[in-house]
Design a protein around this ligand. Structure first.
Ligand SMILES: [Zn+2]
Length: 230
């Protein structure tokens, strides 16, 4: 579905992927779980989006449910893969993302290690271009650095069009809120990233999980930011 002109949100599972039309072709923002790729390709075809014209694959962070299809999408399009340096080791398969090293996260770690070798196994992909805050990716889309959920969590923001795609810096599932603490090693930074989003002029906000915000976005972000721990 279109959330803004030329900005498609595709959902093959519990995680969203965004396809942004740019003059050179398509910009893919995140790639879903490994098992999502066939369905995502079908959804793209149905939306009239030719996957062979993907020029850029922007990975918001190195979690399995966002990088799972990156290798296949890259292979079928020859696209350039972009990510923040702090998450490159996860994307290239040299490090494993684990639940936070405290509380429930610690208990979940052994299970997660088994799952990452089996059902959550991801084919690594090479990151061709490392991005940082303020970089222009294509056609006025700028990188916003939103750390906390991971150290390399980034989003995209188009100031003129007032559209932001925030990855897992914020979620709308089951309601608007911050990333889950069990998978977020640095909650103070995650809260600061939500305050940063609340300070931007945003009319449409796409997130990794849950429906995009398209109404009263600024008010909703300010209300959320006002209720976060200091
Ligand atoms: Zn996610």
């Amino acid at each position: 579905m279109l959330i803004a002109p030329g900005v498609h949100q595709l959902s093959a599972s519990f995680v969203n992927v965004f396809v942004v039309e740019i003059p050179a072709g398509l910009l893919l923002v995140d790639t879903g779980q490994p098992s999502d790729t066939d369905k995502l390709l079908t959804l793209m075809r149905q939306a009239g989006l030719d996957s062979s014209t993907i020029r850029l694959i922007f990975l918001t962070h190195g979690d399995t449910d966002h990088i799972g299809g990156a290798a296949r999408f890259q292979a079928l399009s020859g696209a350039t893969v972009l990510a923040h340096p702090a998450d490159v080791a996860y994307i290239e398969g040299r490090a494993q993302r684990l639940p936070a090293a405290s509380g429930l996260g610690l208990l979940l770690r052994p299970l997660f290690m088994v799952m990452s070798r089996t059902v959550m196994r991801v084919t690594p992909v090479r990151v061709d271009r490392q991005v940082k805050e303020g970089d222009t990716v294509a056609d006025g889309w700028q990188v916003i650095y939103l750390p906390g959920h991971t150290a390399g969590q980034v989003g995209l923001y188009h100031p003129e069009r007032r559209v932001a795609l925030a990855g897992d810096a914020i979620r709308n599932s089951p309601r608007l809120g911050g990333p889950p603490p069990v998978f977020t090693p640095d909650m103070p930074s995650a809260y600061a990233s939500i305050r940063k989003l609340a300070g931007l002029d945003i009319q449409v906000l796409g997130m990794g999980h849950g429906a995009a915000l398209t109404q009263n976005v600024g008010e909703q972000l300010l209300a959320l930011a006002a209720n976060l721990p200091a």
